[in-house]
Design a protein. Structure first.
Length: 135
């Protein structure tokens, strides 16, 4: 878990997925205020795939395959915020936001928390949304 530099939640989520501290990525010349997914992935010898119009099933399938999912949990509203969804606890036949768990770079504890407890969470924005998967 890494705590975000001010206003750099998407960048920090990418850093968490490639297991490189945000400060190290900054030292390598990456801009913390622009999450260039491919450059972040490259720094960790990985690839990043952006999937537009994803749904909870897509998130679950990636988690089941062992890949955490980066997503913006409140669309384009003011206070846009990104988290890393990393776990699902519940019946996979009935996917529910409250059963997904995430790392929120805005929280200082580093605990995995319910997605519904993340900063600026807005369920209405998580029906068809963009995700990024690092492999």
């Amino acid at each position: 878990f890494y705590h975000q530099p001010s206003g750099a939640c998407a960048f920090t989520c990418g850093a968490m997925c490639v297991h490189i501290p945000p400060e190290t990525l900054i030292e390598k010349g990456l801009d913390p205020y622009w999450a260039d997914w491919s450059k972040i992935a490259e720094a960790g010898n990985m690839t990043a795939t952006q999937i537009d119009y994803a749904n909870l099933q897509t998130v679950y399938n990636n988690l089941k395959s062992g890949y955490p999912v980066v997503t913006n949990i409140n669309g384009t509203k003011a206070g846009m915020h990104w988290v890393v969804i990393c776990e699902y606890h519940g019946d996979p036949a009935v996917l529910n936001h409250s059963n997904f768990y995430c790392l929120d770079p805005n929280k200082t504890t580093g605990e995995i928390i319910p997605l519904t407890s993340a900063t600026n969470y807005d369920a209405s924005q998580l029906n068809s949304f963009t995700i990024v998967v690092f492999k």
